[in-house]
Design a protein around this ligand. Sequence first.
Ligand code: ATP
Ligand code: MG
Length: 299
Amino acid sequence: MDWKDYRADEHFVMRDAPTDAKAAREAGLDKQTAAREMEKNIARCAELQDALYADGREGIVIVLQAMDAAGKDSTIKHVLSGMNPQGVSVTSFKQPSKEELAHDYLWRAVRALPERGRIAIFNRSYYEDVLVVDVHDMYKGYRMASRCIDESEEMFFKKRYRQINDFEEYLYENGFRVVKIFLNVSKETQKERFLARIDDETKNWKFSASDLKERAYWDEYMKTYQSVIRATSTKHSPWYVVPADKKWYARYLVSQILLDTLEACRPQYPELPRADRENLAACRASLEAEGGEGAKKEE
Ligand code: ATP
Ligand code: MG
């Protein structure tokens, strides 16, 4: 099983998508090997990120979506561990504030977009506006012109899918790649992780009773994720549905996806124009002319 096999298309079927690491085991990939491979991927990502930053011609947005306790936070922590923090930003999209609700739904996402040369991680994203907002019919209470909300629910979200596809294509055409990852955890594993959060005092802060309320909508969420993923997995902005019951496997796959995205950018260190190179040589000569003991190598 290759990480590419987790790329979803318009025929994606949620109930066929694995949440476990069976495929890894069948391919002979165990926890230790995956951890080693992940370290290698992370080291390579760090090199490429450095070049991406220097190059400054492409930016990357990684969208992470998941049900609660799927491991978004710890995946971010692990996969970004080797990166230069100056080139990376992480934005968590929570329930919109009053100010955010008074704007179009992409407004806050636009404000969190990276500059070219940088990577932005979206911990949840504008996809919430076609997920939780659909599952709970939130849009019906929005203060918007009636022409925007009076149509059928199906039409409302169909339009949003189109808007999201247009937005991501626009970004691609302007030098940004948007890659979307759904961490696919099973309902059983979520239960185990919730129980651990309740039983372990150091994890209590991560649990909220409202997580249980959302869990009650599990089937509705799966149905909605399926239609969102089908409608918005495009050539330039694919969705990867990553099994997340085993964190080691999910992290390994996410590191592969990030590495592939960075490689696709083919970042190059900028080459200095001839005049600047000549200037460097002149600077070197002038430093050497200062005399003294010569340059000591820095540790
Ligand atoms: P964690 O629980 O690990 O800290 P989280 O991402 O679940 O991370 P929470 O503060 O628990 O963070 O939840 C954020 C909540 O905000 C989620 O329930 C999400 O569905 C909701 N949310 C995000 N965006 C929107 C939106 N545009 N409209 C309505 N609700 C949203
Ligand atoms: Mg939460």
